[in-house]
Design a protein around this ligand. Structure first.
Ligand code: SAH
Ligand code: SF4
Ligand code: F3S
Length: 444
């Protein structure tokens, strides 16, 4: 079978899609471009209204392939699938598999059945009691960077967020299995691992934990011989342990980079969002991180126009941004999600106000981003090369990768293939969202 995967949403979805793609390839299925596919797998995100609507317009487009060739079918997975469930079948007859986030492990077998039997439809929507372990099958070529899930779900129920409903309750994975997977990846040549979860700082604190805390897990993974770089996401500020902060000063392969979503700089809003930290506590975490790792690249998520957000609340957010000076941020207009607490709040912010606040916030972030990038000029960094740079327009090949802080760096280098290599690069120029540099040492 020829298949094509389309992924929306967070890195956990990317990780699930990667696993599916690898597994299907070991069954002899072939990944192809959209126009050639017979099986489409759409891994969806429901975190805001916009990504949800994108799924429906995509399905409208995929319908044409089915009309031209009734053998074509679609599998819908991820968070919208979990939320909408088998209602998809009524609206989209060419959808023949619906799977939620705990169902991913059983998707290859379900797809085989569907491919063999044109009358078959399957749903895999149950939440499981345990972390749904899945067999690792790696293709011949693996990129140098890999994601490893350490948990599933979330117990925080922030007032705006649908994730606890779509991913279920928090289930930590056994540390032994996380370590086995990391070791297997490093044996296959992986150089950088990102540990993933909706709230990695509370790893091991649920009933499924095996007594190993997140800080201990970080130390164990970092100690795997041959692992050059370690990252993790996402971190909830309320649960970040002192030992995790200290790890940025003591683990040589833990990259100096942290995504620490703050959402708002106003205590009143943090309270009504249910974030369970104050601005003061957040600022202290930032100070402590910078004390152990002065170069740490901090990024964040921000919501504007949460119900009840006043001009002053919004100013508090801008002021926090000026204090922390994030390298970059993801910022969103508050979006009503079905069934969450904030949906029932009555003090909604008008769309025009949300829009204006978002623009102001993003303009401020653009200033901070360019200043942060300019501050890198003249510094030497280590770039793990991901591929050829699209900006390559002259004779010397141009490469693109990420530095230790996670920033995108482009550089010229005439080696035949640098993908997967770590290249010492001196930064020469800052662009709006990325850096340019020159090779200043031997690739390794
Ligand atoms: N687990 C992560 C966040 C996952 S969702 C954490 O707690 O940090 C990614 C981001 O989407 C959130 O950080 C938040 O900024 C945004 N988001 C979630 N629900 C939203 C909503 N209803 N409206 C707007 N943004 C939302
Ligand atoms: Fe959503 Fe909050 Fe859980 Fe993050 S911590 S996934 S924002 S409920
Ligand atoms: Fe989206 Fe689900 Fe991730 S809602 S952000 S894909 S957990």
């Amino acid at each position: 079978m020829k298949f094509h995967i389309i992924t929306f949403g967070c890195q956990m979805n990317v990780c699930d899609s990667d696993w599916l793609s690898y597994y299907l390839q070991t069954l002899g299925w072939e990944p192809v471009a959209e126009e050639e596919a017979e099986c489409f797998i759409v891994n969806t995100c429901s975190v805001r209204d916009k990504p949800e609507q994108k799924v429906y317009s995509l399905l409208g487009r995929l319908k044409e392939y089915w009309e031209a060739n009734p053998r074509c079918f679609v599998a819908v997975g991820g968070c919208v699938a979990q939320q909408v469930g088998t209602a998809f079948w009524k609206r989209f007859p060419f959808v023949r598999l619906i799977f939620g986030t705990d169902g991913v492990a059983n998707v290859p077998a379900a797809l085989q059945q569907i491919a063999d039997d044109p009358d078959q439809r399957i749903s895999l929507l149950d939440f499981l009691d345990e972390y749904p372990e899945r067999e690792n099958r790696f293709p011949a070529f693996l990129p140098a960077q890999a994601f490893v899930n350490i948990m599933q779900g979330c117990d925080n129920f922030c007032a705006y967020c649908i994730v606890p409903y779509t991913r279920g309750r928090q289930k930590s994975r056994a540390s032994r299995l996380v370590l086995d997977e990391c070791r297997a990846l490093v044996d296959r040549g992986v150089r950088e691992i990102s540990l993933l979860g909706q709230n990695v700082n509370s790893y091991g604190l649920d009933d499924h934990g095996d007594g190993v805390s997140f800080a201990e897990l970080l130390h164990k993974v970092a100690a795997i011989p041959g692992l050059d770089r370690l990252r993790f996401t996402t971190s909830h500020p309320k649960d970040i342990a002192e030992e995790v902060i200290q790890a940025f000063g003591s683990l040589p392969n833990l990259c100096p980079q942290l995504h620490l979503p703050v959402q708002s700089g106003s205590d009143a809003l943090l309270k009504s969002m249910g974030r369970k930290y104050t601005r003061k506590r957040y600022e202290k975490i930032v100070r402590d991180l910078r004390a152990v790792c002065p170069d740490i690249a901090l990024t964040t998520d921000l919501i504007v126009g949460f119900p009840g957000e006043t001009d002053q609340d919004f100013e508090d957010t801008l002021q926090l941004m000026r204090l922390v000076r994030y390298e970059s941020s993801f910022s969103f207009k508050y979006s009503d999600r079905p069934g969450v607490r904030a949906e029932r709040m009555t003090n909604k912010v008008p769309e025009a106000v949300k829009q204006e606040r978002l623009q102001r916030l993003q303009a401020l972030q653009a200033e901070h981003t360019i200043q942060a990038l300019e501050a890198r000029v003249g510094k030497q960094d280590q770039v793990l090369v991901e591929g050829r740079s699209r900006k390559s327009d002259d004779e010397t090949p141009c490469w693109r990768g990420r530095d230790l802080g996670g920033r995108i760096v482009n550089f010229h280098g005439d080696a035949p293939d640098l993908v997967g290599k770590i290249v010492p690069v001196t930064i020469t120029k800052a662009k709006k969202h990325s850096l340019w540099g020159e090779v200043s040492g031997s690739p390794w």
